[in-house]
Design a protein around this ligand. Structure first.
Ligand code: PLP
Ligand code: LYS
Length: 440
């Protein structure tokens, strides 16, 4: 059993998180229920900041809000003094509704629309992470129209793609994101943006992947970037004030995962940048920005389900179905992601069977966990799936017209509902019945 953050077994043999009994919360708010361990999120946020502060480096830690966004989440991030990475008008709108300071918002995306960019600039976002030539032309138009100077970072693709345990280097990376370093796109983009007086070219951005367990991919990317900066210094007399190294720091979903402590990634990055700076005599270290998503909220999230039907196929498989599934967590179906789970009201009982946890959607692939050892369970029991805080709720859908779950924050014995469970009425609120006799 690998309990995260404040999760522990209570005297009543229930799973407790943030000083609250998850079984009581499930009864009160219904299931499926997303619970977030607020102390864990705060500790992570502070840990990232501390890693920079200890090295005396200028920094911003921007929460990659695609991992989980809601007004309450943005308020928490603001309270912790982090910045925010948004990738759509919707995320930006939510952040502004949460009164998140616009100047600490960074706007990402490979296909931002004219309207989204205009919205962002009118709101006064801190910077636009420019992804492609089309976006440069849109931004020039909007900057001229609004007569506004735009802070930009250029998103670069360094030709390194990191996956969990390894990283591959490709000559010319096949990615929809960013300007390629290897084929001259990045140079052309820089020349273009430097020549436009409506832009303040703060620096560059680079993100190499997600759920990364080693520092090598990051240090290799830094080495490639800084070699390129040497060329830029010569050709364009340009050196970035800001280097944003993205997110991607791994977390431990199951005992198979062996991530580093989040701060270790940061320390390795800072050390490598320091090493690379020896090539640039007289230059100040650029400000270093990062964008953690998963590592801020992933293991802070737990989903509580009610157990329902069971089907045993002798010698084949024992299915235990829960009242959610791919609609609240698509990661197992989409990425074959693995999770651990506990019976939240029987934390003292020993495993007695190997079962597979099925969702309730009309899809054979709607499985949350293929093989897990659990105590004997009945329809009075609650299943807690841990580490669901990142890309769970945020990728939830209404497939099969299933309502999205409620989300509750817990800390120090306090709880707060931060996202209501959708109702049947919510599911049809945008439907328009046929009114004429044209179609009926
Ligand atoms: C540009 C960018 N920044 C940050 C992140 C956050 O990544 P993670 O949640 O793995 O930290 C992502 C997602 O991979 C991303 O695409
Ligand atoms: N959604 C993915 C990660 C994508 C990261 C965004 N660039 C996941 O659940 O792991």
């Amino acid at each position: 059993m690998n309990l995260h953050g404040t999760a522990q077994i209570g005297q009543n043999h229930h799973l407790w998180i943030g000083g609250t009994d998850t079984v009581e919360l499930a009864k009160k708010y219904g299931t499926p229920l997303y619970l977030y361990d607020v102390s864990l999120i705060k500790n992570r946020a502070r840990g990232f900041k501390r890693a920079f502060q200890e090295k005396g480096v200028g920094f911003q830690v921007a929460y990659a809000s695609k991992a989980f966004s809601s007004i309450a989440m943005f308020q928490l991030i603001e309270q912790e003094g982090l910045s925010l990475d948004v990738v759509s008008g919707g995320e930006l709108f939510t952040a502004l509704q949460a009164e998140f300071p616009a100047e600490r918002i960074h706007f990402h995306g490979n296909n931002k629309s004219y309207e989204e960019l205009e919205f962002a600039l009118n709101a006064g976002v801190g910077c636009i992470v420019v992804d492609n030539f089309f976006e440069i032309s849109l931004l020039k138009m909007i900057s001229s129209k609004l007569d506004k100077k735009v802070n930009i970072l250029l998103r670069l693709t360094p030709g390194i793609e990191a996956h969990t345990h390894d990283y591959i280097i490709t000559g010319q990376e096949d990615s929809k994101f960013g300007f390629d370093l290897g084929n001259g796109q990045a140079d052309k983009a820089l020349e273009d943006v430097l020549a436009f007086e409506g832009f303040r070219v703060l620096g560059i951005h680079c993100h190499i992947g997600s759920q990364i367990f080693e520092t090598e991919g990051f240090t290799l990317a830094i080495e490639k970037l800084f070699s390129h900066f040497k060329k830029w210094e010569e050709s364009f007399k340009y050196f970035p004030e800001v280097v944003n190294l993205g997110g991607g720091f791994g977390i431990q979903y199951t005992s198979e995962d062996t991530p580093l402590a989040p701060e270790q990634y940061v320390t390795a990055m800072i050390d490598e940048v320091g090493k690379q700076m020896r090539r640039f005599e007289g230059r100040d270290l650029p400000e270093l920005w990062i964008e953690p998503g998963r590592s801020l909220v992933g293991d802070a999230g737990t989903t509580i389900y009610s157990i329902g039907s069971q089907k045993e196929i002798e010698g084949v498989r024992h299915y235990v179905s829960v009242d959610g599934g791919m609609t609240d967590n698509i990661r197992p179906a989409l990425y074959q992601a693995k999770y651990e789970a506990y019976v939240a009201n029987k934390m003292n009982e020993k495993p007695a069977q190997t079962v597979s946890i099925a969702g309730k959607c009309c899809e054979s692939g709607d499985m949350l966990i293929w093989d897990i050892d659990l105590p004997i369970v009945t329809d009075n029991d609650y299943l807690a799936v841990s580490c669901t805080g990142a890309y769970g709720y945020s990728m939830a859908s209404n497939y099969n017209r299933i309502q999205r779950p409620a989300v509750v924050f817990v800390e120090n014995g306090e709880e707060q509902l931060v996202v209501k469970r959708e109702t049947y009425e919510d599911l049809i609120k945008n439907d328009i019945p046929l009114k004429t006799n044209v179609f009926v």
